[in-house]
Design a protein around this ligand. Structure first.
Ligand SMILES: Cc1ncc(COP(=O)(O)O)c(C=O)c1O
Length: 401
């Protein structure tokens, strides 16, 4: 019998949760409010075709895009990240402090390699993104949930748990959080950066939804308040360019970047250079501002229809968040409705699936947490499909009350 590493068994449970969220309890033609993918209409095909023609020539630029790259990423893409994505949002940093990663999820893995020994504690929001807790568990970290309210992580709870557990990291998704859509207030961002410095804890700020804001004002990242190098900012090109490109980036102190680049070298050598070359050109040629506006317009319309339909068709006393951006609405049904138990029946009878609320809670959360909750994704489906299927779902739930 093959003797697998202990971590494989620890991860099994999280992997099952993740599977259920991407809707694979289901058939191909299922209407999925569970997935977290961009709209089909949000891929910049015309630009990609033109850029590919241009990049893949037997020229210096062409060779650059197909040979091995450096562990920290293309210098031009790192600069572009600073100029086009960070400076406009109030995060002033040097390109040397940016590392290009394989997707937005890799920073979590690299940071664990940097900081986590088995048994170390990581504080997380509750509920939180399952893929990340899966990585934390792969490194045999102890994941401790912290309370959230409408302004994000409750910092009194975070501080108390920092004192009690002496964690290595605090993980937060401050903007249009996955799964709730909640955004951390500016004041809490400032205070969380201060807590990192005061207690010598790394704050891992995972911000992949920040750019897709379609109402309200952009807020400064937590990293903008960091004066001691304790906050690491992680982001992704998945939501603003293409998830298949597997591009992301992180921003960290000089020392951390140096150590992380050794780790990156030992992990996957470098990030895909073909994808980096195409993405760099996409920004350099100035496609991004119009593209961002176009995708925000699509998502704004879909969010509005999702919220209107929940209000119109879901049972009385249903509560939901009203996000100013991102991909998700968090729905809290009346306590008498168990959305976790109903999920497979709904998939079978209505051919609809949704993010099962309880899957976003890790151990340590109150018993039964999230069982009456659903994460509803609106980015991937057209407005009419959202309206029609939220209505069907709502009518089904009314009967279950
Ligand atoms: C909160 C959060 N962090 C990180 C990621 C990972 O992004 P990527 O697909 O670029 O690896 C996602 C993707 O859905 C996410 O929701």
């Amino acid at each position: 019998m093959t003797k697998y590493a202990k971590r494989v068994y620890v991860m099994e449970e999280e992997a099952k949760k993740l599977d259920s969220l991407t809707g694979n309890l289901t058939s191909n033609d299922i209407i999925s409010f569970a997935a977290g993918a961009p709209a089909k209409e949000a891929y910049p095909f015309d630009a990609l075709r033109e850029i590919s023609q241009d990049v893949f020539q037997k020229s210096a630029k062409g060779y650059e895009s197909v040979k091995y790259g450096s562990a920290v990423g293309f210098p031009s893409l790192r600069e572009m990240v600073c100029e086009e994505l960070l400076t406009p949002r109030g995060l002033h940093t040097k390109a040397e402090n940016v590392m290009i990663t394989s997707g937005g999820i890799q920073p979590m893995n690299l940071l664990c390699q940097l900081l986590i020994d088995p048994g170390d504690v990581i504080l997380v929001e509750t509920p939180t993104f399952v893929h990340t807790t899966m990585i934390f568990k792969m490194f045999q970290a102890k994941v401790v949930p912290c309370v959230m309210d409408d302004d994000g992580m409750v910092l009194e709870d975070v501080e108390e748990k920092i004192k009690k557990y002496r964690p290595k990291m605090v993980y937060t998704i401050p903007t249009f959080q996955n799964p709730t859509g909640i955004t951390m207030s500016l004041e809490r961002r400032r205070r969380l950066a201060e807590l990192g410095s005061k207690y010598d804890v790394v704050i891992l700020e995972d911000d992949p939804y920040r750019e897709i804001r379609y109402s309200g004002e952009h807020l400064l990242p937590i990293k903008a308040f960091d004066t001691t190098g304790h906050t690491v900012f992680a982001n992704s090109f998945s939501k603003i360019f293409s998830p298949g490109s597997r591009l992301g980036y992180l921003v960290a102190s000089d020392e951390m970047i140096r150590r992380l680049s050794d780790i990156k070298l030992g992990t996957d050598t470098c990030t895909n250079t073909i994808a980096q070359a195409i993405c760099t050109e996409f920004f350099k040629k100035g496609y991004y501002p119009d593209h961002l506006k176009r995708i925000c317009d699509i998502y704004r319309g879909r969010r509005d229809v999702m919220l209107e339909s929940i209000d119109a068709y879901f049972p009385e006393r249903t509560k939901h968040t009203c996000p100013d951006g991102g991909y998700y609405v968090w729905v809290e049904l009346p306590k008498s409705i168990d959305a976790t138990e109903l999920a497979s029946r709904i998939a079978k009878e209505l051919n609809i699936c949704y993010g099962i609320g309880s899957a976003f809670y890790s151990e340590g959360a109150p018993e039964g947490a999230g069982r009456n909750c659903m994460r509803m994704n609106f980015s991937g489906l057209e407005q009419e499909v959202i309206r029609e299927n939220v209505k069907k779902l709502g009518e089904f739930l009314q009967e279950e009350r």
